[in-house]
Every structure is written in structure tokens, then in C-alpha cells.
Design a protein. Structure first.
Length: 202
């Protein structure tokens, strides 16, 4: 494969839906402050639930998917994506891009290691790891395109003819005959949802 260097990295944040997360977050924050200062009956439990809900809104406020385009010097490009939203897009644009532009495309593992080590002070989980994954996907996509071969060949070739899959969801009757090895039940509710909702979905 002809060696080529990274010329540019573009990482726009793509929102999933036009939801006003800022207003939702402000409403949740106002609720926390009201419970804290009023100290009404059962306020401790309500305050705990409100704080948990506020934390959820802070995560949702990141918003959407991050689509990454790694562009080589010859104009070819690879695409990657992650669920990190706005936070991951900023990490890629403001941090990783400075480290990777000018480096060789085919050194995928080394480029991954550079991103991992550079983000250690604030990373190792969450948005930084999602940002690394998105760039990593884009690099591998670019490598496969440059070699003019399917990505699984670039990754070492097929190890088997088929791969077993499981399905996440609660419509077991509709999907049980479709060849999945198993089902993982979706659990959209947790302690922050409150006891009543939790009991209703056990």
C-alpha cells in the first residue's frame, strides 16, 4: 500500500432530534433547587431522584452522533462514527486533530495509542473513548479504501463463514424465529425513574 499522510480531520456533531436539551436541563435544575431550599416532606428522596434525573439530562445534552471524516493528502477519505455527540466532536476537533494531522494513515494502531495516551488525564471512558473509536473507524475505513479491499480483509481476513448474533429488545415473540442465538431484554428504567415506575416494569 502506498504510504499517505493525514491531511485533515473533520468531526461535525449531528444531533439526533431537534430537542431543546438546554431548556430541559434548566427545568431539571430549577426542580433540584426548589426541593433543596423548600425542604418539604419526603424532600430527601425527591431530591435524590431529581439530581439523578438532572445527571441524565446532562448526558443527553451532549446530543446525537459524531461523524468523522479523515482526509488523506491524496484526497481519499475514511468515515467513522460514535455516540459521543458534541463532546466527542470537540475532543476530536480541538485535541486529536492536532496530534494526527501529518501522521501516516496506515499506522492505525500507533495513531490509536497516541489518542489514548494523550487523553489519559481526562479519558479512559465516556466521550473521550467514543471519540477515539470514531477516528479509529475512519482510519480503518481509509486503509481499506486505499488498499481497494473489503475492511475484513484489511483486518486479517475471514475467520469463519458466519457470526452468531443476539438481539436487544422486548418483542421476543416477533423475533424468536429469526436465527438470533439469544435475546437481551431492554431495561430503559432504573433507580432514577422512581419506585413506582420501577415496580411497574419488573
Amino acid at each position: 500500500m502506498a504510504q499517505t499522510n493525514i491531511r485533515n480531520i473533520v468531526a461535525p456533531n449531528l444531533p439526533v432530534a431537534p430537542v431543546d436539551y438546554q431548556q430541559r436541563y434548566q427545568d431539571q435544575l430549577n426542580n433540584v433547587m426548589r426541593l433543596y431550599f423548600n425542604q418539604v416532606d419526603n424532600s430527601t428522596q425527591q431530591l435524590t431522584q431529581a439530581v439523578n434525573s438532572l445527571s441524565t439530562q446532562m448526558w443527553l445534552g451532549m446530543g446525537g452522533r459524531t461523524i468523522v471524516q479523515v482526509i488523506a493528502e491524496d484526497g481519499s477519505y475514511g468515515l467513522g462514527e460514535s455516540a459521543g455527540g458534541r463532546a466527542s466532536a470537540e475532543i476530536i476537533a480541538q485535541h486529536f486533530k492536532k496530534l494526527l494531522v501529518g501522521r501516516q494513515v496506515h499506522e492505525v494502531e500507533r495513531n490509536w495509542d497516541i489518542m489514548w495516551r494523550a487523553s489519559l488525564p481526562y479519558g479512559r471512558k465516556g466521550a473521550p473513548v467514543m471519540a477515539i473509536s470514531a477516528v479509529d473507524y475512519a482510519l480503518w475505513d481509509l486503509v481499506a479504501k486505499t488498499r481497494q479491499e473489503p475492511l475484513y480483509i484489511s483486518l486479517g481476513g475471514a475467520a469463519k463463514d458466519s457470526v452468531q448474533c443476539y438481539l436487544t429488545g422486548n418483542n421476543i415473540e416477533e423475533t424468536k424465529g429469526r436465527g438470533f442465538m439469544g435475546h437481551k431484554l431492554a431495561m430503559p428504567y432504573g433507580p432514577a425513574s422512581g419506585r413506582e415506575i420501577g415496580r411497574a416494569h419488573v
